[in-house]
Design a protein around this ligand. Sequence first.
Ligand SMILES: [Fe+2]
Ligand SMILES: [Fe+2]
Length: 558
Amino acid sequence: MLSDRHRGLIPVKPFQEKVGSKKNITKAAMKPINEKKNVYFNYHDQVEHLIQVGVSLSGEKNIDRLLEIIVEEARKLTNADAGTLYIMSDDETELKFAIVQNNSLDIHMGGLSEAISWPNVKLKNKDGRENRANVSAYVAISGKTINIHDVYNVEGFNFEGTKQFDKKTGYRSKSMLVTPLRNHENEIIGVLQLLNALDPSTGEIINFSAESQKIILSLASQAAVALSNSHLIHDLESLFELFIKTIATTIDERSPYTSGHIRRVAELTMAIAKKINETRQGCFADVKFSDDQMRELRMAAWLHDMGKITTPEYLIDKKTKLQTVHDRIHEVKTRLKLIKKDYVTAAQSEKKDLPVSKVLRSAEAEMKALDKEYQFLREVNKGEEFMSDEKIARIKDIAKREFFMDGESRPLLSEEEVYNLCVRRGTLNEEERNIINNHALVTHKILSGLPFPKKLRHVGDYASAHHENIDGSGYPFGLKGDEIPLQSRIIAIADVFEALTAKDRPHRKAMALSEAFNIMESMVKDNHIDKDLFEFFIAEKIYAAYAKRELTPQQIDV
Ligand SMILES: [Fe+2]
Ligand SMILES: [Fe+2]
């Protein structure tokens, strides 16, 4: 049980022993802290520095670095040899080690340095009672600041762990200042523990003064606000990124054939950008993307096909020319059956006395011709081969055949069906192609309507320009050369490479790398994709790790 004099701001015990002087500390501990530049001899200097610290705390967005700064500055302000920062767990049942620093022992753990594997400090014992024996847990529970003169000589707290640590390292833990970190809602979000205040002139361990304590209380509240803000921003950013990825995955999942396309394009995009950042030679030597720019690019890549959210489902995977919601070749087949039936009926009525088999035999040639026409239509419907003028003429001929339905004579193929079947390359007619291509414009419209924060303001521009061509023949705006941001040109390379090598496209076997590179080379010659980027992509083998991860061994032929 803690006695009253151990609570609050009261120093726990008079400073009795002369321990902690230089001879009690290890050799490493002899590293003179008073040689450091930022040693404070008076309260005024401390206050002045505290103001500067406030600025640097609120300016630091990297949480790991922020945690480090809090301990570093707290130590500087109090001339403390060591410091530990604990962060409250989300369920508020334990304190997690965030930062451990000890100047004498040259220990720097947590934050941007090596992770800390030490067990968390539980706020409750196994029997369910509060853990008031551990000083940090006590501060987290009570919200009080504790200033101890000598941890070896104090009642109410258990410092066995500290003593064992000292035994192992030869260190001597002595004066200690422990204070809670409260956020704007007055909740305790962490605990700051400072150890061994050193006399700036002699390097001897002294008590944490009342001034130091005041300064640290002030620093703790600034730190807590900065940390809370940073967490809030971080949480919002994570939520935003997750939301984007969820939308992208939903778009991808609309088609079983393109699922994973957006993720893969984003991965390739970032692999290219990372390599550009690393390179020290060639045309990208001077290009460096900052962390914010990398984030902006990653978001643009994840959102590049956002506009496909409005593309009709049947168009996304249009497998045949006659496909709408279903493939209308089956209707054509039924119509041809009707023609055949009518033909037999007509022939029979002409040759009433002959059995059906004989009539059929006499009509055999005509039947075969109908079957051949169906086979031909079925083939061209797939859109796999280029449509020559002869083929188009043949379709128009076949279309003239008539079938009877509901007492009406109708052409075998409607005008619209003929139009679709006559598409020269692929399965999409011009209007459908335009609808698909429109996704880039829709991407632009959706994203330009969103109030992105300043550092992400180009996301929409980068995302929507991934189908622009260097020669200006692309869409949605026909941008040319440098008008197309480098970021969009990177996404374009990733987009094309992914689409060519994807394993799951309908009616096409997965393309080998050499074949994909040949096609990309011809796109470079046609001035569609960026030449320098493509050459960089090949020379730096940026595709290699991706291919190993995503492609089949048969595809990897270079
Ligand atoms: Fe696209
Ligand atoms: Fe795409």
